[in-house]
Design a protein around this ligand. Structure first.
Ligand code: ADQ
Length: 468
């Protein structure tokens, strides 16, 4: 069977969230923003899960995008999504900052769900279509899809880090994962290090030959390359020039008691993000008297995420305990040094928070890229504001003028936070100007078009070379 879509995105989730019972809303986030115009231009479709277990829906259209739901049962959500994706691959690919679970039951579910996605993609794609598979939940799809539809051009992009051999080799199914990815014509990573880890592992574990970043696989060439993802710079830059956003930013500072310094963290509540380390550093600055009570407020926005995975429940308790302890020790009636918000916000409210913050603190222990760092930069056309950034975030490769830190080094983190608070306006403007130049010229449109150009310019397999 051949479908009709000449451009297909395959991702764990569809790019929409449900509002109420029947309505859909486009999900926030760069991926959708970057890809929506390409989808509209090319008669594209997006294949993914709706987010509700056990739901079987027919394909539907939303804001010019054709959406094809792939169903997942409650058990599959538990084993494939919360299990193999988020309790095995996620911690393994993030430097094992939490211990990965290795279980054959989880692996079987991962394989079965990947197979379902591959079959659905094979049905939806037009002859010779371009199919772009996204992220760690679907690493087996490229090879499964190629087997069903060798006529397709298949790209894969990994949003999280790709680990070195010392870590990847722990995985009992390491060869299967590599073979799955090698089904693609182009495998994209956030950093060059991820691409070279992949090439090296393909050589060592599968005995494949390569020429630089090109791997020879069953007579085909698979390219591995870095494409650092970014944000919609223009959209954010416009948004923060709106008077209502600036008013809201002023209001936020007033609500916090107009302290001299507002520090901000914005993350999914994930153990890779180094939230505990940054709060510890801030708490110690208060303990040491380096920051006077009332002089600085730390706003930590921690979006709820993966709440059914044990490690995430433990993390939430740890963070809340730490916040409670610091506020208990250093707060006064009606004023607390940490404002902790376990909530999601609209793009506009986030933009106002970015404008209200003097110091943005981004301290992941490991992160594929980290879009929050780039969003902050895009929001600071006033050239004020300092970015404290972990050297273990992919974004650190590009944002060299940030205050770079090793988040495991609490003293170093304290020094960087103080330096950021005390920097002169001249120094802040110098740093921010350079950061903004980078994000403005390397925005998310460029990421998508660089990837697709590389995918489509690669040598394809001609239809007549194929045997049925
Ligand atoms: P994430 O781990 O989710 O992404 P990040 O890149 O920071 O991390 O993206 C988070 C997004 O969620 C940002 O756009 C941010 O604005 C938004 N967000 C965070 N908290 C929010 C809140 N409270 N309310 C509303 N929105 C909120 C994964 C990888 C990253 C990689 C991206 C994209 O882990 O390393 O940068 O994919 O490839």
């Amino acid at each position: 069977m051949r479908g009709t879509s000449s451009f297909l995105i395959v991702a764990n989730r569809l790019p929409v969230d449900r509002v109420g019972d029947k309505e859909w809303r486009r999900s926030p986030g760069g991926l959708v923003t970057a890809i929506a115009p390409v989808m509209q231009r090319r008669d594209g479709a997006w294949l993914g899960w709706t987010g509700a277990a056990g739901e079987e829906l027919k394909p539907f259209d939303h804001e010019g995008m054709h959406l094809i739901p792939v169903p997942l049962s409650g058990l599959e959500v538990e084993l494939y999504y919360e299990g193999f994706s988020n309790a095995t691959l996620w911690p393994l690919y993030h430097d094992v900052v939490a211990k990965p679970t290795y279980s054959r039951v989880l692996w079987d579910a991962y394989r079965a769900v990947n197979d379902r996605f591959a079959r659905a993609a094979a049905d939806a794609a037009a002859p010779g279509a371009v199919v772009w598979v996204q992220d760690y939940q679907l690493q087996l799809v490229p090879a499964m899809l190629r087997k069903l539809r060798p006529d397709l051009k298949i790209g894969f992009f990994l949003h999280i880090p790709f680990p070195p051999a010392e870590l990847f080799n722990q995985l009992p199914w390491r060869n299967e994962i590599l073979e799955g990815l090698l089904g693609a014509d182009l495998v994209g990573f956030q950093r060059p290090g991820g691409a070279s880890n992949f090439v090296r592992l393909s050589r060592r574990l599968l005995g494949l030959q390569n020429h630089r970043n090109e791997i020879l696989m069953e007579g085909r060439t698979v390219r591995a390359e870095a494409f650092p993802i970014s944000v919609d710079f223009g959209e954010l830059d416009q948004l923060v020039r709106e008077p209502r956003v600036l008013r809201r930013a002023k209001e936020i500072r007033a609500e916090l008691g107009d302290p001299e310094h507002v520090l901000l963290g914005v993350d999914r509540l994930d153990y890779t993000k180094g939230i505990g380390q940054r709060l510890k550093a801030f708490g110690e600055l208060l303990d040491d008297g380096a920051i006077k009570p009332g002089e600085a407020v730390f706003v930590q926005v921690a979006t709820p995420t993966r709440e059914r995975v044990d490690e995430y429940r433990r993390l939430r308790n740890d963070i809340e305990l730490r916040v409670g302890r610091i506020n208990g020790e250093h707060g006064v009636i009606g004023r607390q040094p940490i404002s902790y918000l376990h909530q999601s916000y609209s793009k506009e409210e986030l933009a106002a928070l970015y404008c209200a913050a003097d110091v943005m603190v981004v301290t992941p222990l490991r992160d594929g890229m980290n879009l929050v760092a780039k969003e902050y930069v895009a929001c600071r056309h006033d050239l004020r504001g300092a970015l404290v950034l972990s050297e273990f975030a992919g974004a650190a490769d590009e944002l060299r003028q940030a205050f770079l830190v090793n988040p495991y080094d609490i003293d170093g983190l304290k020094r960087a936070m103080l330096a950021a608070m005390r920097a002169t306006p001249h120094e802040l403007a110098r740093r921010m100007r350079s950061l903004r130049r980078r994000v403005a010229t390397h925005n998310v449109d460029k990421w998508a078009s660089d990837f697709l150009t590389a995918l489509e310019s690669g040598e394809g397999v001609a239809e007549e070379q194929l045997t049925a």
